[in-house]
Design a protein around this ligand. Structure first.
Ligand code: IVH
Length: 720
């Protein structure tokens, strides 16, 4: 029988949930945090404790439900209740004006329009019933999308519960801010081309816990209220804001001059906090231009502006085509383009052996810079373009950064068809191998790979070796002084004095730069080795999880078991496999040993001295925290005893020193904190495996008696 609920607990739970919701809203939607992280954590912990004791308090809309789960989900296809349309495009301000006039003519009276940023992310429809998030569905083909509710629940700016218990379908865009994209994408071997693809991929991941670790955001831009629409779109957006949704602060409202005063009175909120005050209709061209200018400073990507009829009745009157509403237009920013000729295609060998074809084009000015080299990515990309040397091409600078060949304008007259990748590496003549979309040179000693590795290691952002610039490095490499990264710490700098252009001062500066780089911490040294997948992000996660020196990592790699690594939040199967492969690879082993001998840091400060003193055992050096309730460890001190048995430390709270969190059912605040800190989170199931799989099992004896309940538990009592 369920224990009778103390009404005081229910009240306290409701109070905590309401407070936490408000704090989340202030933090993630308004970006105006009202309390410190510590106060938030305290309340969050209290909420989770209450839920642990009273399971029926835990509801899908509880603030505790943002952490996601490790369970694999499939993302079933579900029908949309209304067609999810996309937008028709307009290509100039004049076209936008003409369309606005057409709408007003059809309505028979002057109209107002909203102007909104066109966020370049992943489109989502959020279905709420009785004020609770019921379902989140991708756009799909407009009629059917994927159910991604568990993933979307982890996005902090998505309200799980609305300020009022109503039924509404909300359309919005899920996106990844540029800074987060740069940080998260840096480690990935198959990096995403842009934040849009990253966000779209994240929303579709099969483990919601992985999604929880990605700082995705939402902006809401359309709503369909079951009880009827507000009379205009600006009011509809305002309703969304009141209900708790993040609405874009730069939305503008355009109205006819004679209606300006009335509109300002009617939409006072468009003046208070941003959105901006209603502006004259004639300002549309200026607004489009402003958005294009603001674009680079926004912190997230937009690819245009959306102009929408504001009046609901006119929207209904104009209706929709099969694909688009007639009441909206997307004005897409044009990517600056230029025309040029492909003079040659050379191939680059990256430090990991990856081959990239690059088009050498006749220099052409595009959007303020001169472009002479354009990446072609891989053979597939070239095939899609049907590109060959001599072709006339259109080149764009998408996102204002990477120039790309958009299309072939005119084929060459020399009869060249589509360019083909050579069979051998141009640097070392080794036959190339195709893996996925890319070709690889597998010769570790390949001149270009060696060069790439050394340049990468010394570069800013890695070891950051002062006074050892690109040109100097190339000279050292060409003359055979540097054959691998460890030579940097061993070569005789005196010999440089005999070379042209190397005076005493210059050589002394180089020596000083190299000497300073010896001080770089382990968290810098490891990613500087340039091993695929082992970038700064993965390195931080590994260190936080207790792999704070190279020996611990190499021991884990030698065992060849990816599980302890994938148990670390944020370390996926691919990274674990790469670690195992690379840290057992003889060339890497030699390189690491040589660098260690040269005095580089291959250990980060251990979490605590006491940890190391904890002695031997599978959990030696680890600091665990135990939270939640367990099927097989009751009371949960039994689990703590297992950890101590194996040399681990057990503490009461999660701190930066915690290496593992054993999380049972209804784990809450500590789990969230552990995830924030990158602490390895271990489930009961996994914990049992760790106990069983202990490599150095002590001989049979009293210890077995201790382990018995863990591996072969008595049937657990039914849950209260
Ligand atoms: S309104 C029926 N507003 O652009 C009208 N869409 O190319 C639905 N988008 O699928 C769209 N920002 O994913 C609208 N402020 C905004 C938008 C926006 C981005 C996306 C959306 C849509 C695509 C259309």
């Amino acid at each position: 029988m369920a224990a009778a609920m103390n009404p005081a607990h229910r009240d306290r739970h409701a109070e905590l949930a309401a407070l936490l919701r408000r704090y989340e809203y202030e933090y993630h939607v308004l970006a105006r945090p009202a309390v410190s992280d510590a106060s938030y954590d305290r309340l969050f912990d209290e909420l989770c404790r209450l839920e642990a004791d009273h399971a029926d308090l835990k509801r899908p809309d509880s603030p505790s439900q943002r952490v996601g789960s490790d369970l694999r989900q499939d993302l079933p296809e579900v029908p949309h209740t209304v067609p999810v349309l996309s937008l028709d495009k307009a290509y100039s301000a004049a076209e936008v004006h003409a369309w606005m006039d057409k709408c007003a003519a059809a309505a028979g009276h002057p109209l107002s329009f909203t102007v909104e940023e066109k966020i370049d992310g992943s489109s989502i429809v959020l279905y709420y019933r009785a004020g609770l998030l019921e379902r989140a569905v991708t756009r799909g083909n407009g009629a059917v999308g994927n159910d991604v509710t568990a993933n979307v629940r982890t996005i902090r700016s998505v309200p799980l519960r609305l300020a009022e218990p109503l039924e509404v379908a909300v359309r919005g865009e899920i996106f990844l801010p540029l800074a987060a994209f740069a940080r998260l994408n840096a480690d990935a071997e198959d990096a995403y081309a842009n934040p849009r693809n990253f966000a779209a991929g994240a929303v579709r991941r099969v483990k919601s816990r992985d999604v929880a670790a990605i700082p995705l955001r939402l902006i809401a831009y359309e709503a369909l209220f079951a009880a009827g629409q507000p009379s205009d779109h600006a009011s509809s957006l305002e309703r969304l804001r009141e209900l708790g949704f993040p609405v874009n602060a730069s939305n503008a409202l355009l109205v006819a001059d004679e209606q300006l005063d009335a509109a300002r009175a009617r939409h006072p909120h468009w003046r208070v906090a941003p959105p901006a005050a209603p502006a004259p209709l004639a300002d549309v061209a200026a607004l489009l231009a402003q958005a294009a200018e603001r674009r680079t400073g926004l912190g997230y990507e937009i690819d245009g502006v959306v102009i929408k009829v504001n009046e609901g009745a006119v929207r209904a009157q104009l209706g929709v085509t099969g694909h688009h509403p007639r009441w909206a237009r997307a004005f897409k920013f044009d990517a600056p383009e230029g025309q040029t000729t492909v003079q040659g295609i050379s191939i680059q060998v990256g430090r990991t052996g990856r081959i990239t074809p690059v088009a050498r084009v006749a220099p052409v000015a595009i959007g303020g810079t001169t472009v002479a080299n354009v990446t072609l990515h891989n053979q597939q990309y070239v095939d899609t373009l049907e590109l060959a040397v001599g072709d006339q091409v259109a080149v764009s600078r998408r996102g204002d950064v990477i120039p790309a060949v958009e299309r072939v304008l005119d084929k060459n007259t020399a009869g060249n068809t589509t360019w083909r990748m050579p069979e051998r590496c141009p640097a070392c003549a080794q036959p190339l191998e195709l893996a996925g979309a890319h070709h690889f040179c597998r010769n570790e000693q390949c001149r270009d790979q060696v060069r790439g590795r050394i340049h990468f290691f010394a570069a800013r952002g890695q070891m950051d070796i002062d006074n050892l610039g690109s040109e100097t490095l190339d000279q050292l490499i060409e003359r055979g002084v540097l054959q691998d990264v460890d030579d940097i710490y061993r070569f005789d700098s005196g010999q440089l004095l005999d070379w042209d252009g190397f005076g005493e001062r210059k050589v002394a500066l180089i020596e000083a730069g190299i000497a300073r780089s010896r001080e770089q911490p382990f968290r810098t040294v490891l990613p500087a080795l340039g091993m695929p997948e082992i970038g700064p992000n993965a390195t931080e996660l590994l260190i936080a999880a207790g792999y704070h020196d190279i020996d611990k990592l190499r021991d884990a790699a030698k065992k060849g078991d990816p599980e302890p690594l994938t148990a670390i939040e944020g370390i996926g199967e691919r990274t674990a496999a790469a670690l195992i492969r690379q840290l057992t690879d003889p060339a890497n082993v030699r390189r690491i040993e040589a660098l260690r001998e040269a005095g580089l840091n291959f250990a980060a400060p251990a979490p605590t001295a006491a940890d190391d003193a904890a002695g031997e055992g599978a959990f030696a050096g680890q600091t665990w925290c135990v939270t939640g309730s367990f099927a097989k460890f009751r009371p949960r001190d039994l689990a703590a005893a297992e950890i101590r048995e194996r040399g681990g430390r057990v503490t009461g709270g999660v701190t930066s020193r915690t290496t593992h969190l054993l999380a049972g059912r209804a784990a809450g605040g500590k789990l969230a904190k552990a995830q924030r800190l990158g602490v390895s989170v271990v489930s009961e199931e996994r914990f049992l495996e760790l106990l069983e799989g202990e490599p150095e099992a002590p001989p049979a004896g009293p210890d077995d008696a201790v382990r018995e309940p863990a591996t072969r538990p008595p049937p657990s009592p039914p849950a209260e």
